[in-house]
Design a binder for this molecule. Structure first.
Ligand SMILES: [Zn+2]
Length: 120
């Protein structure tokens, strides 16, 4: 067993309570987005513009989404959507993280049941 998880020290009841607690804290599964927001300051190409002297335009926001090895997609995100996209990305990570923890707890519960069966 992984010593780092610390689940081995908890009672079965505590493990069940912990996974119920995690389930209650799951963000709504419809409010998620997998990807990263990137902030950029850009030049417009006009040599007379202040950006040509180093005062770049921005921030401009981009979403990048990895589709597979070497394949990404995404696009510009308007400033008015940045907060919503940020929340969706956070929700995605929270959801994934909590599902992984629940999965770990269930593996620990299975281990306990196997141990108990062997004793009988
Ligand atoms: Zn410019």
């Amino acid at each position: 067993m992984k010593a780092s998880s610390g689940l081995g020290r908890l009672s079965k009841l505590a493990l069940r309570q912990r996974k119920q607690g995690l389930a209650k804290l799951l963000p709504p599964v419809t409010e998620i987005l997998r990807g990263s927001l990137i902030e950029r300051y850009v030049t417009c190409g006009n040599p007379a513009c202040k950006c040509a002297r180093g005062e770049r335009h921005g921030p401009m926001w981009y979403l990048t989404v990895t589709l597979g090895p070497g394949r990404t997609t995404g696009g510009i995100i308007g400033a008015e959507h940045v907060e919503r996209v940020r929340t969706w990305i956070e929700n995605y990570h929270t959801l994934k993280d909590h599902l992984e923890k629940i999965s770990e707890i269930n593996r620990e519960l299975l281990r306990r049941d196997r141990k108990q069966e062997r004793k009988q």
